[in-house]
Design a protein around this ligand. Structure first.
Ligand code: ADP
Length: 455
């Protein structure tokens, strides 16, 4: 346990040190090509340092034993330079990168000098070129293939003038080998910058898109805030207007009623008719104003004010309130096993009252109204349905019935409602955190469904 924690600490320190030395992101724009090159260099160093220790130490030991001292010294020097690049402080990152490329070429050179290590040398030249392209500025990408070409030519010339350089190989064979090095070097110089630019460009585009999206998001949020502010303003206006209208209206209706009670006898038939119109209009207006007030209040519900609501008792209570309408229309109301829910009693009562009154109001002329109320649990919600056997609602009007002041019979002959009832239902249900919808068939009946969260 101790060993493993000491080891992980050592690895962490190693990672931190190499990153501190080799990763310099000051002034480098995020996701730019330089950004990726810097990351690539730091990651490469994390790998190269231990790998070169593991690879070189046995080689040095072997060279010492087999008395190839020069090779051992050169290997030792290269290892020291690599360690210095990764771990020594106070060297600029750009110099570290250049030094890594140079030391790779250096290994290539002395490997070439040892005739039996020539393939290793060529690999190192290619590797040095690749490193140069990937970690140093891309505008120098072709410089590395030119260097590899120059090395190939120089080595070929040296072979030509001094046949002893590589006794087992002719100049033609060298040309064949070195041409491959030149070919792959140029291919890399051409391909790798394009690949890196493609990656950088893709990130750049993504960044721009993300920025544009963020700005758009902010604009939408601001617009939404403005709309919300405006709708709150309107709601308040409606509230105060309907609230303030109530008193004068009550007064007008009161006096018109008194006029009817005490002075109707003195009026002729026309006068009586006008008085009745005035009374009807006044009462209707009072109804509209009350509905408006209810509508503007229905959106204001505090989550903290949730309480246990017994749906059964709520419906039984509504039956009492609507007793006159129920008995006049000879309606039957059916329900059983209505649960208790965690909700807002007043809003729920508004919803149910509007749905029940509509089910009675919009009954079919040829049959007595029959209303069925059911409730069932749907996940974390309670879904309540109020079904009637009334007039039904045509398909194209089903969405619109929830709009304020929308009435199916807008001719003015239908005195039954104000067009606000279902708007109150929708607003109340949404304020409770639920949804409302309906299914209906013309001349057969409608079912209004709504959900309320119950957790
Ligand atoms: P109103 O105050 O006019 O009843 P609502 O918003 O409650 O206003 O309803 C809007 C319209 O939807 C009504 O004019 C009516 O035509 C129709 N409607 C509502 N409930 C029912 C129902 N249960 N059956 C048939 N039509 C209905």
């Amino acid at each position: 346990m101790k060993w493993s924690s000491a080891l992980s600490k050592l690895i962490q320190t190693y990672h931190r040190t190499v990153k501190e030395r080799c990763l310099n992101m000051a002034g480098v724009p995020k996701y730019s090509m330089a950004y990726w090159q810097n990351i690539l260099f730091a990651q490469a160093m994390l790998f190269i340092l231990p790998a070169s220790v593991i690879a070189t130490l046995p080689g040095i030991t072997y060279n010492l034993f087999s008395q190839r001292y020069v090779l051992a010294i050169l290997d030792g020097m290269s290892l020291c330079i690599v360690l210095a690049i990764g771990l020594l402080g106070k060297i600029q990152v750009s110099y570290r990168k250049l030094l890594l490329v140079v030391v790779t070429y250096f290994v290539g050179f002395y490997s070439m000098a040892y005739s039996n290590l020539m393939p290793v040398g060529i690999l190192y030249f290619f590797g040095a070129g690749m490193l140069g392209i990937l970690i140093l500025p891309m505008r120098y990408a072709f410089l590395w293939s030119l260097i590899n070409t120059a090395i190939s030519l120089a080595y070929g010339m040296a072979m030509y003038f001094n046949a002893g350089l590589h006794p087992k190989m002719g100049i033609m064979e060298w040309m064949y080998i070195s041409l491959n090095l030149v070919f792959f070097s140029f291919l890399s110089s051409w391909l790798l910058p394009r690949l890196m630019a493609g990656i950088g460009g893709a990130f750049e585009r993504q960044k721009k898109l993300a920025n544009a999206l963020r700005q758009e998001h902010r604009r939408v949020a601001e617009a939404l805030q403005q709309v919300e502010g405006k709708s709150r303003e309107i709601e308040e206006m409606v509230y105060f207007a309907s609230h303030d209208l109530q008193d004068p209206l009550r007064m007008i209706n009161g006096f018109v009623t008194k006029l009817k009670q005490h002075k109707e006898e003195q009026l002729d038939d026309k006068g009586k008719e006008y008085l009745n119109f005035a009374l009807d209009g006044g009462l209707r207006m009072q109804h509209i104003v009350q509905n408006l007030l209810e509508l503007s209040r229905s959106g204001q519900v505090k989550k903290s004010r949730r309480e246990e609501v017994d749906l059964l008792r709520l419906v039984q209570n509504l039956e009492k309130i609507l007793a006159e309408d129920i008995s006049k229309s000879e309606a039957t109301v059916e329900y059983y096993r209505l649960p208790k829910v965690q909700s807002h009693a007043q809003l729920l009562e508004n919803v149910m009252q509007n749905l029940l009154t509509n089910a009675i109001k919009y009954r079919h002329p040829e049959r007595k109204p029959h209303i069925a109320i059911t409730a069932e649990r749907k996940g974390e919600n309670c879904q309540i349905a109020v079904a009637d056997n009334g007039l039904g609602i045509a398909l194209e009007k089903r969405e619109r019935v929830f709009e304020a002041f929308y009435r199916i019979d807008s001719s003015g002959n239908d005195q039954r409602g104000t067009g606000i009832g279902l708007a109150i239902v929708k607003k109340s249900v949404e304020a409770l955190g639920g949804k409302v919808w309906l299914q209906s068939e013309e001349n057969k009946g409608s079912t209004f469904y709504f959900t309320i969260p119950d957790t």
